[in-house]
Design a protein around this ligand. Structure first.
Ligand code: FES
Length: 303
């Protein structure tokens, strides 16, 4: 414990802040995936394999991502364990330089995949993490004057104590990931609970009076499965409704009357309500789920 405190004390404040932020964020990123019920659920749009397939469109490492998407379980667990191990290693000051290089490599991979279609680029976080990790790794590089004689040998060789410490990081990462699986939850379900307050719509229910929804306007409601949903009047006698859970990572999309599209605030995926919510832009791997609605006399009802 005291060696961790000492390692913090020896660092300048900017490095301490960077170390804490990067360590905690990567640890949480691993936990977030491990505790997400949908992450390994092949039927979910948030399944890691589907996400990888979605990222592959237009990505410079698209062919690699397509191969990875066929091994979602392995890639998912590797990602979780790597993120947790890097976070723990950085916070505990164990093999910090390899961990920082690993963090930079992982962030670069995410930049080339998950963030590649985010425009402008500065809205994505992965490029920023790549730069932060690279800067931290450079700050950890041994000073030139220390690289002589026995000191050089120490940099290259790992002593037994260090090997045990690295093993402990691996064990902690596995324990953290398993704990995450024990406390699984689904962001979608949380959203559902929030939206259930008004009660779910039922088949045959009137969602809104036709006269109350001008052409081009949207109406929010709760779908039968509890998800937030959006009804849009696309024409005089045409309406369309969609589950508002983004097929990328489960954020709630909203209708933008200016562009007449559905837009996800998280990574800016854009869906076309006139074409069954087909993906127009962004990393979403699939259209939004369509909900059957129709105009029945003076009302719009759920079918
Ligand atoms: S959650 Fe990423 S684009 Fe919607």
């Amino acid at each position: 414990m005291s060696s961790i405190a000492n390692s913090f004390r020896k660092q300048a404040w900017p490095l301490r802040i960077l170390r804490l932020w990067l360590g905690v964020t990567f640890l949480y990123a691993g936990w977030n995936k491990a505790s997400d019920r949908s992450f390994f659920d092949v039927s979910s749009p948030r399944y890691i394999g589907r996400q990888l397939l979605g990222f592959s469109h237009g990505s410079p490492i698209g062919s690699l991502l397509r191969i990875a998407s066929r091994h979602g379980l392995i890639v998912g667990w590797l990602t979780i364990l790597t993120e947790m191990a890097i976070g723990i290693a950085i916070l505990l000051n164990i093999a910090s330089l390899p961990a920082a290089i690993g963090g930079a490599f992982l962030s670069l991979t995410l930049w080339l995949s998950a963030s590649w279609n985010v425009h402008p680029y500065f809205l994505a976080s992965d490029p920023a993490y790549f730069i932060m990790w690279t800067a931290y790794a450079l700050a950890l590089l041994p000073k030139k004057r220390a690289l002589n004689g026995t000191k050089r040998t120490q940099v290259v060789n790992l002593d037994r104590r260090e090997v045990v410490r690295i093993g402990a990081v691996g064990a902690l990462a596995v324990a953290g990931a398993l704990l995450g699986r024990l406390f699984q939850s689904s962001p979608t379900r949380k959203t559902q609970a929030k939206n259930n307050a008004g009660g779910n719509a039922k088949k045959g229910n009137s969602l809104i009076a036709l006269s109350a929804l001008p052409i081009g306007a949207a109406h929010h409601f709760t779908a039968i499965n509890g998800d937030p949903a959006i009804l849009i009047r696309t024409g005089n006698t045409r309406v369309a409704a969609f589950d508002a859970i983004c097929t990328h990572q489960g954020c709630t999309v909203d209708y933008d009357p200016a562009t007449k599209t559905l837009i996800c605030p998280c990574h800016l995926s854009q869906f076309d309500p006139l074409s069954h919510a087909a993906v127009m832009a962004g990393p979403a791997p699939a259209p939004l789920s369509e909900i059957s609605v129709k105009i029945d006399g003076t009302n719009i009802i759920l079918v």
